[in-house]
Design a binder for this molecule. Structure first.
Ligand SMILES: Cc1ncc(COP(=O)(O)O)c(C=O)c1O
Length: 399
């Protein structure tokens, strides 16, 4: 998914615009800017791309998740349902607000199992956070129905899924709020950056103020602005926004390349009966950032990952024992290793993690291989890669 593979003159020109007028901050300094408002411009581009009424840029995807939850009023003691397979940022962002992450099983979509979500709802549940991992999505209709029934928020972490759609709508724009990351390894990058999107005016205003110390952004004298409520600094800089502005215009080109490369690899692997693919819900189209497939069992899967490495097929992972993406290795969360005291409410709320097992998640993540799709491969390289992958899988299956 890395937009960083393809940047050059367009990004340089946007960054130079900012350096030439010298205003690196997104707010204020109106007189010095010579009309350059890169963060504002990027927000407008993203509104169009993501078909959302409101976009608030922030400093990272992690910030986007925290700001989105805060904007909708999630806080101390509230429970937020999230999947066992995600990036550590999901529980970090929830815990930053004093809320409690409730991890539940995934299904063959590699994100929230609607049944597991339904079973985890309690009177304290404030939000369900579906993480659109590796460019694809959960069963959004089923998740939305559950959230409507229980009157809880549906938040989409679409940090890894820009460019994917569900029933023709961009991922991230389906729930009450959507979150994006533009860190260095995302489909489009700002270097570091993120965005919250929503069609709800109040959530947007909250996100706008909260991400800038609670400033109300009224008028053009920053020093005279009032603070309707407490906030923090999750601002993006003009330099980062400038890079993103060049990148967002290239998103369709990046998605086309990803799709082409993904399709060649998928068609090759489809010849092997033991290989099955991650389920994309009806009406969904992936962003093609990753190709995810399943093998019969964990042992075979680990052998195939090793065989890929030996044959020079890089960037393919089994996440079962991965420190960043699967709960098996999140001992710092289970043991509550925190630099500062954690509230009793959160400590008690996380007790379940010491004993709870997640057999469905183990079943899917144990057998999954997730292959990054790069933009810089030539067609010949993709075909060579496809051949090596097929040979490696067949060889492991035959031994
Ligand atoms: C699913 C998901 N959520 C959130 C994040 C956090 O994004 P950032 O690195 O911009 O803080 C990431 C980053 O990898 C991610 O993959």
């Amino acid at each position: 998914m890395p937009g960083f593979e393809l940047f050059g003159d367009l990004e340089r020109q946007q960054v130079n615009d900012v350096l030439d007028n010298g205003v690196l901050m997104r707010y204020g300094f109106d007189g010095m800017r010579n009309g350059h408002w890169k963060a504002k411009e990027l927000e407008i581009e993203l509104k169009n791309t993501l078909q959302s009424k409101h976009v608030q840029l922030v400093s990272s995807g992690t910030a986007a998740v925290s700001v989105a939850l805060a904007a909708a009023g999630v806080g101390a003691g509230d429970e937020v349902i999230m999947p066992t397979f995600t990036f550590v940022a999901s529980f970090e962002a929830i815990m930053m607000l004093g809320a409690i992450p409730i991890l539940v099983d995934i299904d063959d979509t590699l994100t929230l199992s609607p049944k597991a979500v339904e079973n985890a709802i309690t009177p304290k549940t404030k939000a369900v956070m579906v993480v659109q991992m590796c460019g694809s999505m959960g069963n959004m209709d089923a998740l939305q129905t559950i959230c409507n029934k229980h009157n809880i928020l549906l938040v989409e972490d679409a940090c890894q899924a820009i460019g994917g759609t569900y029933n023709g709508r961009p991922l991230g724009s389906i729930g009450d709020l959507g979150c994006f990351s533009f860190d260095f390894v995302k489909t489009i990058t700002c270097g570091e950056g993120g965005a919250v999107i929503t069609n709800n005016k109040e959530y947007y205003t909250n996100a706008d103020h909260y991400s800038d110390h609670g400033h109300d952004h009224v008028g053009n004298d920053r020093g005279a602005e009032t603070h309707p409520f407490l906030g923090y600094n999750f601002r993006i800089s003009e330099l980062h926004a400038a890079v993103g502005l060049a990148q967002v215009k290239r998103l369709p080109e990046f998605i086309d390349i990803q799709k082409k490369n993904y399709t060649i690899l998928r068609e090759a692997l489809s010849q092997i009966p033991e290989v099955t693919f991650r389920k994309v819900p009806d009406g969904g189209e992936e962003s093609y950032a990753f190709l995810n497939f399943f093998l019969p069992d964990l042992e075979t899967t680990l052998k195939v990952v090793d065989a890929f490495k030996v044959s020079g097929v890089d960037a393919c992972w089994n996440y079962y024992s991965n420190n960043w993406h699967y709960l098996n290795k999140w001992d710092h969360l289970k043991d509550l290793k925190s630099l500062f005291p954690i509230s009793t409410e959160v400590k008690e709320g996380l007790e379940y993690l010491k004993t709870k097992e997640f057999p469905e998640s183990d079943h899917y993540i144990g057998r999954n291989i997730s292959c990054l799709i790069k933009l810089s491969w030539t067609e010949a390289e993709v075909y060579e890669r496809a051949n090596k992958m097929v040979t490696a899988v067949k060889t492991v299956l035959e031994t």
